[in-house]
Design a protein around this ligand. Structure first.
Ligand code: ADP
Ligand code: MG
Length: 322
């Protein structure tokens, strides 16, 4: 493109909240044949809310509370001291974490009138959960692998986990290993739910209509990921789930090694390496600075439809100069 055409395209982009980092990106965008969306914070709002607390005792679910009221959660009607215990334990362990899943657990506990303490020590296990010391015990909150790695069998919660995940929720196991050496036990399951952005489905549909393959990548488990994919119209075979933060860029490279020209769209620190290796890296919304820095395009708004807009601006700019 001529410098003048590039300038026009860049300006039109900026006026539409689509910031191209340079003329070459503006030219590349139209040739994208695959768009890979991060799930949390990109296709979904990333505003997690605690929805479920299930107590386990001796490997059995004690109460199967199901969904609490959306208006802040009426656990009260079914509340037992043990349900509160599980939530207090989970929230205390998570209070050291900045992960959206963790913050929803802490907030959910507080909304239910639970006083959330601080753990004596705390450790993030990226992509898996947290491990904390609470009242001398080791408390684990996270996925199946986290519990298994810490000597606690997650299988008694299999049905509960599957039920929650099929609803698109992120279910997390709560385990505890007593300081007295009596071994580890599964004490509960908590679940957070996120909502998909209003325009996510339209964005996927518009991209598909253009002949672009749409994929999703997430650290979340397969079942939750597929449930969300279904809500936005992404085909199940195009979902890459349980991808560890450090493996996201490898996943994008693998997709591109099939000869595809991929646009990766993401918002988080986790996404930065993947944005950097993508043919076009796109940071969305109030994305973290790290993501914006690694990206070729920044979408000022939090709107997945602006992905389509970015590609169309590239089309239009290049068409004009021919
Ligand atoms: P995402 O890509 O969706 O942001 P992550 O890679 O951060 O996901 O985490 C992957 C999975 O690890 C989560 O779905 C959850 O099961 C577990 N996990 C991560 N962080 C936490 C946490 N602080 N508390 C509980 N579970 C967590
Ligand atoms: Mg994200």
């Amino acid at each position: 493109a001529t410098p003048a055409a590039t300038m026009v395209g860049t300006t039109i982009g900026a006026q539409n909240g689509v910031l191209f980092k340079g003329g070459d990106v503006l030219e590349r965008a139209k040739d994208v044949d695959t768009v890979v969306f991060d799930k949390t914070g990109t296709l979904t709002k990333g505003e997690m809310e605690l929805t479920d607390v299930v107590v386990f005792d001796d490997g059995q679910p004690v109460t199967d509370g199901g969904e609490t009221a959306a208006d802040g959660g009426e656990l009260a009607a079914r509340e037992t001291p043990t349900e509160e215990d599980v939530l207090r334990l989970a929230a205390t362990a998570e209070s050291g974490s900045e992960h959206p899943l963790a913050q929803a657990i802490v907030e959910g506990a507080r909304e239910r009138g639970i006083e959330v303490g601080s753990p004596d020590s705390f450790e993030n296990v990226p992509g898996h959960g947290v491990r904390a010391e609470v009242d001398g015990d080791t408390v684990l909150v996270g996925n199946r692998k986290l519990l298994r790695d810490n000597g606690i069998d997650p299988t008694p919660a299999a049905e509960t986990m599957e039920r929650l995940e099929s609803a698109g929720k992120t279910a997390m196991l709560v385990g505890r290993t007593r300081a007295d050496g009596s071994g580890g036990e599964l004490v509960g399951v908590v679940a957070d739910a996120d909502t998909v952005k209003e325009s996510a489905k339209d964005a996927v549909a518009a991209l598909k209509e253009r002949g672009v393959d749409v994929m999703m990548i997430t650290g979340d488990n397969e079942r939750t990921a597929r449930a969300v994919a279904e809500q936005v119209g992404i085909d199940p075979e195009n979902v890459r789930a349980e991808v560890l933060p450090e493996d996201k860029s490898d996943a994008v490279e693998a997709i591109q090694s099939e000869g595809r020209q991929a646009m990766m769209v993401g918002d988080g620190v986790n996404d930065a390496p993947a944005l950097a290796v993508a043919y076009v890296g796109t940071a969305i919304g109030s994305g973290t600075d790290v993501a914006i820095e690694a990206a070729d395009v920044t979408l000022m708004r939090d709107d997945p439809l602006d992905v389509v807009k970015a590609i169309r601006i590239s089309d239009a700019t290049l068409a004009k100069i021919k």
